[in-house]
Design a binder for this molecule. Structure first.
Ligand code: N01
Length: 537
């Protein structure tokens, strides 16, 4: 029989073998379901398999950037530094895959091309790019929120005769920058991390910046043995703390008061203290930085003053200083980012003032002139949240595609960011309108996987065929999600959160910002009320 004729029957199909897909596969397999994960890449790791650019490192602290469901994994793995490098995270995920014996149920180098719900069989018909057809009762996406890399549609994009790379699709071999003229477009997290490292090696680096980032120091360091010992002893406590926290981190609001309650001198002292501490906690120096414009300005101004104090050329410093609300775009943490602009081999090109006109065979042309380059690095980000889902032709009842459902120019509509009305037995791990990217993602992933696993077990125990989100529950959830976001400064700045970085993408705010702990409580209540907001048949 050819692969095309072969039909494989499974209880569940999982897409992806990153943090999400790996745990989902394990959770369902342990519960006795037949399940397979399909992964487009050649190995496990998801975004950590793909994001191999120089300087790639996570900005969640290592000890909370791992699975917490298995004591064995927690005790046997030891992180080396405060912020884990891409290579170490990938090693960790390979360790987990081996320990949990996952590979035998993962098919690598395989893309799921379509998943259509069959209303007669009440199953999902799933097609793979190798021609295989699968029918599965449950269809679960673990595709990540930031896995659909985006290169803007620059005129002449393909004419460049040198080497070109996107940070999210980095080659597995080392890219040699030595003595080369490098142009890097984009100053988000990927750009800010890679710029100092590439500058060390390149002959010359031109940084093409459209919007400056607010970056605060990471202050990475090597963990000492005593810290690791205490962490391993206290994992249960750490686990509970991050699960019920606001964003899945250990740091919480430092001062439970408005920034405006302090005098300028007191504020300076507080900001300086958190600046010294490093990491992502700066936005939590005061309780109102993300809701009060005036309070936010005090933090923004502190960072601008730091840029002035580090960057020697006042004209360059001026270009590097952002003017929008701090942390409304994803905040960045760095190692020597601003310092890099003091180097003789680095030039900042302000492409807001002099936009990129086209990519030419020789380099990048702005409205001011042409920059001749050997290498272009696109640190230009992702079609976030919906992008990875839209790469697959997903159709629910009446043949309606997910793309069509969300294409009406308003907010994406989901129930809890896990399920969709019209798409029975489909679950999204860290889907749109869940805490996902505004949380320490593994914490959110574990919560989703466990909720979905429990739900599927409940259906089996109660001999139920399907679960589907109700339209009204979905409307209410989406509305709630948007309203919470709109009560903060997050929706007041254009960013990849709002969809503004992708041409013609409907604007919204597809992230639940009410807090990881609150969200967990809501999901638990839905379960406790017999899956309130869902129809079970
Ligand atoms: O992407 P981004 P990223 N012309 O979208 C610019 C996570 N992450 O890959 O702001 C010129 O943030 C764009 O400019 P503007 C993290 O959640 C985490 O850096 O649109 N420039 C921006 O400067 C992060 O937020 C980690 O004006 C153009 C840049 O490209 C998310 O992934 C590490 C342009 C894109 O920045 C995405 O980060 C890496 C154009 N036409 C990523 N189009 C860690 O954990 C876009 N740009 C550390």
């Amino acid at each position: 029989m050819t692969k095309k004729e072969q039909i494989i029957n499974l209880d569940a199909v999982v897409i992806g073998a990153g943090f999400s897909g790996m745990y989902m596969l394990y959770r369902l397999r342990e519960a006795g379901f037949s399940v397979r994960a399909f992964e487009a890449a050649a190995g496990v790791g998801g975004v950590w398999y793909a994001n191999r650019y120089p300087g790639a490192r996570c900005d969640s602290e290592s000890i909370i950037y791992n699975y917490t469901f298995s004591d064995e994994l927690l005790q046997e793995w030891t992180w080396t530094t405060r912020f884990p490098a891409q290579e170490e995270i990938l090693r960790y995920l390979n360790f987990a895959a081996d320990k949990l014996d996952l590979r035998r149920d993962i098919q690598f180098n395989t893309r799921v091309t379509s998943a259509h719900y069959n209303e007669i069989s009440k199953k999902w018909d799933v097609k793979l790019d190798d021609g295989t057809n699968i029918t599965a009762t449950y269809f679960i996406t673990g595709v990540g929120c930031l896995s659909a890399s985006n290169i803007p549609n620059f005129k002449g994009l393909n004419s460049f005769e040198g080497e070109a790379y996107h940070t999210g699709r980095w080659p597995h071999e080392k890219v040699d920058f030595s003595n080369k003229r490098v142009g890097l477009i984009g100053t988000g997290s990927s750009g800010v991390q890679s710029i100092p490292v590439i500058a060390e090696e390149a002959g010359y680096l031109n940084v093409f910046q459209r919007t400056p980032a607010y970056s605060t120091p990471a202050r990475n360091y090597v963990y000492d043995e005593e810290f690791i010992r205490k962490t391993k002893e206290n994992y249960e406590e750490i686990k509970q703390q991050i699960r019920w926290s606001s964003m899945g981190y250990l740091h919480t609001t430092v001062n439970n008061r408005s920034a405006l309650d302090d005098t300028p001198e007191e504020r300076e002292q507080q900001y300086q203290k958190i600046w010294e501490r490093g990491g992502l906690g700066f936005s939590q120096t005061y309780s109102d930085l993300m809701v009060n414009e005036e309070a936010n300005e005090t933090a923004s101004e502190f960072i601008r003053a730091k840029i002035d104090s580090v960057v020697k050329d006042p004209e360059v410093a001026k270009k590097l200083k952002p003017s929008y609300f701090y942390s409304a775009k994803r905040p960045v943490i760095d190692t020597n980012y601003y310092e890099t602009f003091n180097r003789d081999n680095v030039t900042l090109v302000d492409v807001k003032a002099t936009p990129i006109v086209e990519i030419t065979p020789k380099g990048i042309k702005t409205s001011e002139g042409e920059y001749e380059l050997d290498v272009i690095v696109f640190a230009t980000g992702y079609d976030a949240m919906t992008g990875p889902l839209f790469k697959i032709d997903i159709r629910g009842k009446d043949g309606v595609s997910l793309k069509d459902k969300w294409a009406d120019g308003t907010q994406t509509r989901t129930y809890l960011g896990i399920a969709n009305a019209g798409f029975p037995n489909m679950f999204m791990i860290t889907g749109p309108e869940s805490p996902s990217v505004l949380s320490n993602v593994p914490v959110s992933i574990e919560q989703h996987v466990e909720w979905i696993g429990d739900c599927i077990e409940y259906l089996r125990e109660n001999k139920l065929d399907t679960i589907e989100a109700n339209g009204e529950a979905e409307e209410a959830w989406s509305k709630n999600c948007l309203e919470i976001a709109q009560s903060s400064l997050l929706t007041k700045v254009e960013s990849w959160y709002t969809g503004a970085n992708i041409e013609d993408k409907p604007r919204g705010f597809p992230i639940y910002t009410g807090g990881v702990g609150n969200y967990r409580k809501i999901c638990d209540e839905v379960t406790a009320k017999g899956y309130e907001g869902f129809t079970l048949t």
